[in-house]
Design a protein around this ligand. Structure first.
Ligand code: HMG
Ligand code: MG
Length: 285
């Protein structure tokens, strides 16, 4: 099969970094548009502390107001049991837990060590599964950390294996600051693939250096078939200095199509969503 799935993260990873507060109605309009584009999974919310990420404080309202499309799973980040409880109450179809492969970013993003975060996430994963929700795991800073420098591939493999052992059905490997090279991605993936099969991995590349598509190519070569992207290239992480937007969904979809991969996406609807995202960024919603 020459199918590749794009997991749309724009409404979460994209919007979380926008400085001006975006009205709920605009977020809902973007998600409703994305729901018509052919995605099977869209990350739309994040139940983190509003003190840490004010833009995501409206996540409950957003999830409650979207028009749900058949066959689409709406996902949300949950950093702790409180976030999980709120995600379930708002109707999230799946949740994601998000650890770091580097200590510096773990402290900056979660205010705790990697080891402590994994203890907390194990509770979240267990409770989510008990409630019948699939859990996705993220590993951040898989090749480089803004605080600690290059990340050893073995550190990524260890955290990914821990998330897998907690029951995460898929582990998304994040180049959080978008500075990865294809060579570094290949070295990192070789270490992770010793622990986890390619079918349970996803690539999550930010595009600071403009090399995200090359990094996707390197991951495709090693068997990965799921990639996260954000419509309009929205994004960045507020706790990762220098992180630029995610790889733009429309660029990734067009590039994949040119290589003969099928994503099942409607390019016209994706373009409409990219337009909406661009207007939101310019404050014209
Ligand atoms: P903390 O300050 O250590 O913990 O934060 P706390 O328990 O003291 O909580 C601080 C305040 O937040 C308290 O309020 C809590 O009640 C409240 P106060 O008592 O001061 O009034 N609080 C909450 N409120 C709502 N929902 C909650 C919640 N939890 C606590 N769930 C904490 C620890 C984990 C909460 C914090 O560090 C946090 O929220 N971090 C999230 C940061 C974040 O969202 N970063 C972006 C997402 S990760 C990312 O983008 C990377 C990714 O895309 C992959 C990649 O690119 O690599 C996934
Ligand atoms: Mg990200």
């Amino acid at each position: 099969m020459n199918a590749v799935e794009i997991f749309e993260v724009g409404p979460r990873d994209g919007l979380q970094n926008e400085p001006g507060l975006i009205p709920v109605a605009q977020k809902v309009a973007l998600i409703d548009c994305l729901s018509r584009a052919g995605f099977r999974r869209i990350e739309v919310a994040s139940f983190v502390s509003p003190k840490w990420v004010p833009q995501m404080a409206s996540s409950g309202e957003v999830l409650r107001q979207i028009r749900r499309a058949d066959g689409v799973r709406y996902a949300a980040l949950a950093p702790n049991l409180r976030g999980l409880r709120d995600a379930i109450a708002a109707g999230a179809d799946e949740v994601a837990i998000f650890a770091s492969a580097s200590e510096g970013f773990s402290r900056a993003n979660l205010n705790c060590s990697i080891a402590d975060s994994l203890v907390r996430f194990a509770d979240v994963a267990q409770a989510a599964q008990a409630a019948g929700l699939p859990v996705r795991g993220y590993v951040s800073c898989v090749t480089e950390c803004p605080f600690d420098g290059p990340t050893p591939p073995q550190a990524v493999a260890q955290v990914a294996a821990r998330l897998r052992a907690m029951g995460c059905y898929e582990i998304s490997l994040g180049d959080t600051i978008g500075r990865a090279t294809p060579e570094a991605v290949t070295a990192m993936l070789r270490a992770v693939l010793d622990e986890i099969g390619a079918a349970e991995l996803a690539g999550h590349f930010h595009d600071t250096q403009g090399r995200a598509l090359e990094n996707v190519a390197a991951a495709l070569e090693l068997g990965l078939r799921v990639f996260d992207a954000a419509v309009g290239g929205l994004g960045g992480c507020p706790y990762a200095p220098g992180a630029a937007g995610n790889l733009a969904t429309e660029r990734l979809a067009a590039w994949l199509a040119a290589q003969g991969w099928q994503t099942g996406l409607d390019a016209q609807v994706v373009a409409q969503a990219a337009d909406l995202a661009q207007k939101m960024r310019e404050g014209k919603g």
